[in-house]
Design a protein around this ligand. Structure first.
Ligand SMILES: Cc1ncc(COP(=O)(O)O)c(C=O)c1O
Length: 408
């Protein structure tokens, strides 16, 4: 969290793909090649006066891991380098990142506008929990700019918040257009980039002020630990969020930071390969007689395909969702369960972003805690299945889904 630990040995202007492997704090006195894991709660101070200056932020230096930790700093610097933001702050989970952003930047009476098709817990946090603290959220269509515009309350709306593509329906919003809208209203735009990571989309380069991550997903890449982050300018992250987390304690653990940091070294290779595998799967599903509809930004049939290709570096991402055929919601659900239950390779688990392909039924998992009204507004039907495509041989994944399809 402080510039004084920046690895000055790296030249300027390196490509993000290089930063994903190289950006971290400088090596310790032992010259370790792999980034060190600093598993410590506090730091020994040379003397009381130095300690006092460090606690007062008058001098750089680590004091207590709730304030900062070198391994967490390495993760933050690497992520900020990739996102192209001045700063980043690690958090315990992706939801902790969203909570940190809201509690650190907003106050009672402020207003948020958010897409109604976001991740279920995000909708729950904004739509149910924050109301108790006097922060109101208006939910609008992910893709209809006019709805965002109409929801703005001049002087009261402080944050526009979108996730693109959305979980699980992969709706894509125009980041640049939303940023302009937010800035004209004197508000910030935050974008949840968990689905694509900076390997495919750099939301700040399109004008987003804050970029949110569930590091639990693709950043980490192998489903081992929970993590999150908020990226943004020094004025927002260093001056507003860092002082808040120091008190509130939503921190990322050093061990988890280290696992994600090492995971990020393979980020570009994984994101490119998993996206290619996802496109193959989406194309196969699109022609399948037991599939009613496929949601994948890489398909030309996706409503925001052209925008997605421009924002996402020509890739669709690694998450594919689809509706199975069925006359009634009950039949759709039974068919979806049959496809999920007959898979033998794909993992039946709610996480995504893993090198192992995972499958989930959003209506009863990620969006299971929403009211029927919220779930319908999010467009999550009973026949919907979400697949996060991993690194297996693509035909094996198709064959695995076919085990269930063939029984319908
Ligand atoms: C888009 C998105 N944002 C945020 C989160 C929350 O992240 P975490 O589970 O790390 O709290 C998730 C989790 O699935 C997600 O899919």
């Amino acid at each position: 969290m402080t510039d004084s630990f920046h690895d000055a040995t790296l030249p300027e202007g390196l490509h993000p793909q290089t930063l994903a492997v190289r950006q971290a704090i400088a090596r310790s006195q032992y010259g370790e090649h792999s980034e060190a894991l600093f598993l410590t709660s506090s730091y020994v101070q040379p003397d009381a006066a130095t300690s006092a200056r460090r606690f007062a932020n008058e001098e750089p230096g680590y004091t207590y891991t709730r304030t900062s930790n070198p391994t967490v700093t390495s993760f933050e610097q690497r992520l900020a380098g990739l996102e192209g933001t001045q700063a980043a702050i690690g958090t315990a989970t992706g939801m902790a990142a969203i909570s940190l952003m809201v509690y650190g930047l907003l106050k009672s009476g402020d207003h948020i506008i958010a897409s109604r098709s976001m991740f279920g817990s995000t909708i729950k946090l904004l739509g149910s929990e924050l109301v108790r603290f006097g922060i109101e959220t208006t939910f609008v269509s992910q893709t209809d700019l006019k709805e965002w515009q109409a929801a703005i309350r001049p002087g009261v709306t402080k944050l526009l918040f979108a996730e693109t593509p959305t979980n699980p329906l992969t709706d894509v919003c125009d980041i640049r257009a939303l940023a302009d809208l937010a800035h004209n209203a004197g508000a910030w735009l935050a974008v949840d980039n968990s689905f694509l990571t900076p390997a495919l989309q750099r939301a700040a380069s399109f004008g987003a002020d804050l970029v949110i991550h569930s590091g639990t997903k693709f950043l980490e890449g192998q489903g081992r630990v929970m993590a999150g982050a908020v990226c943004g300018s020094s004025a927002l992250v260093q001056d507003k969020l860092v002082p808040f987390i120091r008190t509130a304690g939503f921190n990322l653990s050093p061990f988890n930071a280290w696992v994600v940091l090492k995971g990020m070294e393979t980020l570009f290779v994984r994101m490119h390969e998993q996206s290619r595998n996802a496109l193959q799967l989406a194309q196969w599903l699109q022609d399948h007689p037991k599939v009613a509809r496929v949601y994948y930004p890489g398909l030309a049939s996706h409503p925001q395909h052209a925008l997605a290709m421009q924002q996402q570096g020509g890739f669709g991402g690694a998450v594919v969702s689809f509706d199975v055929q069925g006359e009634t919601p009950e039949q759709q659900r039974a068919n979806a369960f049959a496809v999920i239950d007959h898979s033998r390779v794909i993992s039946k688990t709610t996480n995504l972003g893993d090198t192992k392909t995972t499958i989930a039924h959003p209506a009863t998992t990620s969006h299971g805690r929403l009211s029927e009204e919220q779930r319908q507004a999010a467009g999550v039907g009973q026949g919907l299945i979400r697949v996060s495509v991993g690194l297996e041989f693509p035909k094996d994944i198709q064959d695995d889904l076919e085990r269930g399809f063939s029984l319908l």
